[in-house]
Design a protein around this ligand. Structure first.
Ligand code: SF4
Length: 380
């Protein structure tokens, strides 16, 4: 992927069947048809904006929320808006996130016919008690059925998302989730650790003492178990929470992690172009209002300083087990990675959290387990 080309577009659909208890994303239960139609018209207008600098797209990602709450007609409307503004050839990666309750064989066939060639399916767990606890709208039977339907619809690149560290979840339950996942043989697996995001029901219940986070040692065991079981099933670990069969890494996410440029459309969507970053208003009604009135919904703009960009390059680079390629880093930034905040590298290395091989730094297994706190040491 050419990291300098503006090659990635993200389209945000903030609607879901219901709000999951742990969800900190910009999403809300679906409003009525009229409001959804208004949102789609606003998206179309934003995509058509001649000032947006879309060119040839190598990756397109419809995320949310749950994009598959939109009807086939609404999806077609948005895809054709995008196709009028940008070219994406047959080699482009076109991903859509889906939740099991919102798709059936017919809808999946339509999505495939519209050009989506990658499906990211929000499974989260195969344990029905855990799914109910999380507030998910589906059960495990529906998740497996949706997966099979996606295969029958022609998706040969499917990712499934799983969550570990759910309060009350045992290591055996987590192993069962991974086993059931590998039995399905998706091309990509994301295994996220449950976080308590501000403003969520889970966060309020935690503050009230009604639920407690998973024990740290158990959480570490779950991470290592996932890595071992997924490696055994032929998945490469290529980012803290992401695994893929060879050739199936998410190109869209790799562009983010390599600090590439991207344009985001929709409520709360972020864009990054040449060191400038901006984001749209988050509430979908405000987004639609702003686009209707003035064609733009930008709520926040910043020009990143060199210090911020260096931090992001280190932060994102170290989230990948392969670490940072020192030659590439030097050619982008004019200095080797280890010359940026040497004290942070030294402290990580002295604690066994970092390895440097031929000048290329990467986190050790121990470092990966506490990646966020390791990476915080580089903050400007
Ligand atoms: S389906 Fe996803 S985006 Fe929607 S509420 Fe649940 S976790 Fe959030």
């Amino acid at each position: 992927m050419n990291k300098n080309a503006l090659s990635s577009a993200y389209i945000h659909v903030p609607f879901c069947l219901s709000k999951c208890r742990y969800c900190g994303f910009n999403s809300a239960p679906s409003p009525g048809t009229e409001e959804i139609e208004r949102y789609c018209r606003a998206l179309e207008k934003e995509i058509r904006d001649p000032e947006s600098e879309i060119r040839d797209l190598e990756t397109v990602y419809f995320g949310g929320g749950t994009p598959t709450v939109l009807s086939a007609g609404q999806m077609e409307y948005l895809i054709s808006a995008l196709a009028k503004r940008a070219s994406f050839d047959r080699g482009a990666e076109a991903t859509i996130e889906a939740n099991p309750e919102t798709v059936d064989l017919e809808k999946l066939r339509t999505l495939r016919a519209l050009g989506f060639n990658r499906l990211s399916l929000g499974v989260q767990s195969f344990d029905d008690n855990a799914l109910r606890f999380l507030g998910r709208a589906h059960d495990s039977r529906r998740a497996m059925e949706a997966f099979e339907q996606a295969r029958r619809a022609g998706f040969d690149n499917i990712g499934t998302d799983l969550i570990h560290g759910i309060p009350g979840q045992s290591l055996a339950q987590w192993e069962n989730d991974i086993r059931k996942t590998t039995d399905l043989c998706p091309e990509h697996v994301s295994a996220y650790s449950l976080t308590f995001e501000p403003g969520t029901e889970f966060s309020a219940r935690r503050a009230a003492g009604a639920i407690s986070p998973c024990d740290e040692d158990l959480e570490a065991d779950m991470f290592l178990t996932a890595r071992e079981m997924l490696a055994g099933a032929g998945y490469e670990h290529y980012e803290v929470s992401n695994y893929a069969k060879p050739g199936f890494r998410s190109r869209h996410n790799l562009n983010y992690w390599h600090c590439g440029d991207y344009l985001g459309f929709g409520a709360g969507a972020h864009s990054h172009l040449g060191g400038r970053r901006w984001a749209n208003a988050e509430p979908y009604a405000e987004y639609s209002d702003k686009i209707e009135k003035g064609g733009k919904a930008i709520a926040f703009v910043e020009t990143l300083t060199r210090e911020q960009r260096l931090f992001e390059a280190v932060f994102l680079g170290l989230r990948m087990p392969e670490g940072i390629d020192a030659i590439e880093f030097r050619s982008s930034w004019g200095l080797g990675p280890l010359a940026y905040k040497p004290e942070a590298w030294n402290s990580l290395a002295s604690e066994g959290l970092l390895l440097v091989e031929q000048g290329n730094p990467r986190l050790t297994d121990k470092g990966m387990l506490i990646a966020d706190s390791c990476l915080a040491r580089f903050a400007p």
